[in-house]
Ligand binder design. Structure first.
Ligand SMILES: [Fe+2]
Length: 297
């Protein structure tokens, strides 16, 4: 296990892999669970959860917080989240910077927020209340999107950063979502990365998607593509090592396939670290040469 600021490499826990995980004990630092799958008392999901938790740390990832909605916070849901957190003691709890419905109607979609000053104030206040209730900081993930609001007055990357800084929350940065939204809306993904404060990012998501030529649909049913790996390299240079996982939600392959994909992330981080050590050695060497030069009579 690495430090709490870099918990290592994980995978989303999927029911198709329960038995394999228990019998093969794959080399993983943690599993991310989909919170909503474990909120019902009793039954198979909780049975497997407890058994797998005995061997692996976990992080909780929810889809129902709807932090951007104008509906009141769902305190019943939050009470269940808190209970589950007491049960599995996750490294952290995350959800999405989005809204999923209004007037009690759930659209079961992670919808983007109009990036306005009013929305920012509204969300910051809600995040603070959620964190007070849960007694911990939460992570909010940047979502992929297919439309924007004409009312938006702040670039998405500045909005994501401002929510974290003003509410003292953390960020789950989905590298694939940045790539998808950059493609769909025509912005530069590097501008996005560079605008996110380094000290707020606690986790990366990597995933695959479906490119239809005119737009990308964020299907999470394919392996991570080359340009997203390139963006991950860029993220490593900007943020340094951060806990990373592969997110596959559909067409779930055998666990080995996902472990292999995760190995690519590990290797990219290793080569990033090697390059920085080399850089540091070169830097020290240059400094020593300069010092020797200066000492010459
Ligand atoms: Fe994600």
């Amino acid at each position: 296990m690495q430090s709490t600021t870099h918990a290592g490499f994980g995978l989303g826990l999927r029911r198709q892999h329960y038995e394999t995980v228990l019998s093969e004990n794959p080399e993983l630092d943690w599993f991310e669970i989909l919170t909503e799958n474990y909120l019902v008392d009793g039954g198979k999901p909780l049975h497997y959860l407890d058994r797998i938790r005995a061997s692996y740390p976990m992080v909780m990832h929810g889809v129902s917080l709807s932090i951007g909605s104008t509906d009141p916070l769902n305190m019943d849901y939050l009470r269940q989240v808190k209970q589950l957190a007491q049960r599995i003691e996750p490294h952290w709890i995350s959800d999405h910077l989005c809204w999923t419905g209004v007037d009690g109607f759930n659209m079961h979609d992670l919808l983007p927020i109009p990036y306005t000053e009013a929305a920012l104030r509204h969300i910051v206040e809600r995040v603070q209340r959620v964190q007070d209730y849960l007694g911990r900081q939460i992570l909010l993930e940047n979502v992929s999107s297919y439309f924007e609001y004409s009312q938006s007055e702040i670039p998405e990357w500045e909005f994501v950063a401002a929510v974290a800084q003003q509410s003292d929350s953390l960020i789950l940065l989905d590298i694939n979502n940045i790539y998808v939204s950059a493609f769909n809306h025509g912005f530069d993904p590097h501008t996005y990365l560079r605008a996110i404060p380094v000290d707020r990012v606690r986790q990366f998501h990597l995933a695959g998607h479906l490119n239809l030529g005119t737009h990308i649909i964020d299907t999470h049913d394919h392996p991570v593509i080359g340009p997203v790996w390139d963006l991950y390299r860029e993220a490593l240079r900007h943020f340094g090592p951060v806990a990373t996982m592969i997110e596959r939600d559909d067409q779930i392959p055998p666990l080995d396939e996902l472990l292999l994909e995760l190995q690519t992330a590990r290797e990219l981080e290793r080569s990033y670290l090697q390059s920085t050590q080399q850089g540091a050695r070169q830097h020290t060497g240059q400094n020593m040469a300069l010092a020797q030069q200066a000492m010459r009579p």
